[in-house]
Design a binder for this molecule. Structure first.
Ligand code: NAG
Ligand code: NAG
Ligand code: NAG
Ligand code: NAG
Ligand code: ZN
Length: 485
């Protein structure tokens, strides 16, 4: 536009001021600019979880698509996830930035003594909003801020939380293929601009499912991991085909890692304490024990030194760094198997060759993390982050205010192409970030026109130059302030 204007100015140089104002008008009208930025230049973010993708799987077999994203973006080697390192607690952390004790999804299976209700990810109980409403997931915040979100089977995204579902979502169904989930996500991102989603979440069950059955050390896992790279390649291709690959910020991560188990490393609880004395909650390797009325001390004393491969905590003495204590859904006694061990009541239960849930400082429990897109640096490797830091990072990328959380943007700001400016309120950031390119274009145009104007007026009215210079400065200053440059 500015080039056309300049040509017009040079041609019809007798009316320079008319041309100048025609150029300035769209810039001066900051309302129009904001509208435009909100619909067209809105930042986009797609968060993908491959369940149980341990951080070091990328070095196990050739992973061309993972490596392409790392080269083109960022990678974090060690991501410390949250305790307990189970699927639902960690997926809810990724979208809230909260420890499990605060977001309330403290396990895959829970008992809430206040509600007198049980929760299991394998039953309809997980659709009861009460379990989820101790926190507000990112898709809810985005929608309350006027944005749109879409969710393909992310844990909790098909639950009505705080009265809302994602604008677009699929109810959980493990039989729906990855490719179908991707196709839906792509449709939602590339819908007409009023309907297009700004934030998408995509979930896939593997390599967790295979890791449990085969054990991570199995050679058969190589093919499973290579298959995940192909799935990522499919997603990248579909984004490219839809013409949105360069526009969408893509984060690929996971909830936890996986450790090899052995049938020789089983702890049988029945050997130490009668089942009549307690209720068993959730599954190995971290099990909640709810003693029957008045039986807390008896159960605890029978278990505390029972087996050197099992940690036994009373709720109030769970190590503080786990941030796993202050919630009524955490049971009075917590058992944690040492890495590689399985806790069962007796051997007739289901035994898995791989599992997760243990201490979140163990590298075997850590997930992969790679990301690329307009918000991210390129070819950058960071050594460590905490998964609670992802939420404030995503809020920053999406230009919405983060709710109180346990993460910190400053811990992960080095992943970003542009340093965040913490003193600028987020409401302004939204306008500024979104309208960066058109703004710079317009202002360059203005500067060039002003330059020409000076030359022109110099030639026509040399004597009046000083007063005009002064006026020009007055004119440009309020403009710049309006635009928050
Ligand atoms: C808790 O719920 C169970 C049924 O699920 C019921 O038998 C029991 O009485 C309830 N306890 C209390 C304290 O309400
Ligand atoms: C789950 O998805 C499969 C495959 O698309 C479909 O055949 C099946 O009907 C779905 N189940 C439910 C309960 O929707
Ligand atoms: C394990 O416990 C179940 C339920 O009490 C019982 O039926 C079964 O016989 C036990 N199995 C072994 C191997 O002890
Ligand atoms: C985590 O963040 C929440 C919300 O700000 C806060 O209430 C809680 O105390 C924090 N937890 C820790 C361990 O700092
Ligand atoms: Zn998982």
């Amino acid at each position: 536009m500015s080039c056309t204007m300049l040509r017009w100015l040079l041609r019809g140089g007798c009316r320079p001021l008319v041309g100048l104002w025609a150029l300035l008008l769209p810039v001066v009208s900051s309302h129009g600019l904001q509208q435009d930025a909100l619909t067209e230049g809105r930042p986009k973010l797609l968060l993908v979880s491959f369940d149980g993708f341990r951080w070091d799987y990328v070095d196990r077999v050739p992973m061309p698509n993972f490596f392409s994203i790392m080269n083109d973006g960022v990678m974090v080697k060690q991501v410390e996830n949250i305790y307990i390192t189970k699927t639902f607690p960690n997926h809810y952390t990724l979208v809230t930035g909260l420890y499990a004790e605060t977001h309330g999804i403290v396990a895959n299976e829970m008992f809430d003594p206040v509600l007198n209700r049980s929760f299991s990810i394998e039953t309809e109980t997980m659709y009861d909003p009460q379990w989820w409403e101790e926190a507000v997931p990112l898709w809810v915040s985005i929608q309350k801020a006027g944005g749109r979100s879409g969710a393909a089977m992310w844990p909790g995204s098909d639950v009505k939380i705080r009265g809302v579902f994602p604008n677009q979502f699929l109810r959980y169904n493990a039989s729906v293929p990855f490719e179908t989930r991707v196709e839906r996500i792509i449709q939602w991102f590339s819908a007409p601009k009023e309907e297009a989603v700004d934030f998408g979440v995509l979930y896939w069950e593997d390599p967790d499912k295979s890791g449990h059955l085969l054990g991570p050390q199995s050679l058969l896992m190589d093919a499973v991991i290579a298959g995940i790279d192909e799935k990522l390649g499919f997603l990248m291709n579909e984004l490219k085909k839809a013409g949105i690959y360069e526009k969408v910020n893509l984060i690929v991560t996971s909830d936890h890692g996986m450790v090899q188990l052995s049938p020789d490393h089983i702890i049988e609880l029945d050997e130490y304490v009668s089942r009549d004395l307690y209720t068993w909650v959730d599954k190995s390797p971290v099990v909640g024990i709810l003693p029957k009325e008045g039986k807390l001390d008896e159960v605890y004393s029978k278990l505390v030194d029972a087996n050197p491969n099992m940690m036994v905590y009373k709720k109030e003495s769970i190590p503080a760094h786990f941030h796993y204590q202050h919630n009524s859904r955490i049971m009075p006694i917590l058992l944690e198997a040492k890495e590689g061990w399985t806790i069962m009541q007796n051997r007739s239960g289901t035994f898995l060759l791989g599992n997760h849930g243990n201490d979140n400082t163990l590298p075997s429990m850590h997930p992969v993390f790679i990301a690329r897109g307009p918000a991210f640096r390129q070819n950058y490797v960071k050594s460590f982050m905490r998964s609670v830091d992802l939420y404030p990072l995503m809020c920053h990328i999406l230009s919405i205010p983060a709710l109180p959380n346990n993460g910190s943007l400053s811990n992960v700001k080095d992943l970003l192409l542009r340093e965040p400016t913490p003193t600028v309120p987020s409401a302004r950031l939204r306008v500024k970030d979104n309208s960066y390119a058109p703004l710079v274009g317009s202002l360059m145009g203005v500067a060039m026109v002003l330059g020409f104007l000076v030359v022109f007026i110099k030639q026509v009215t040399l004597k009046q130059l000083p007063s005009l210079k002064h006026r020009r400065r007055e004119m440009s200053q309020p403009l710049l302030q309006d635009l928050h440059l």
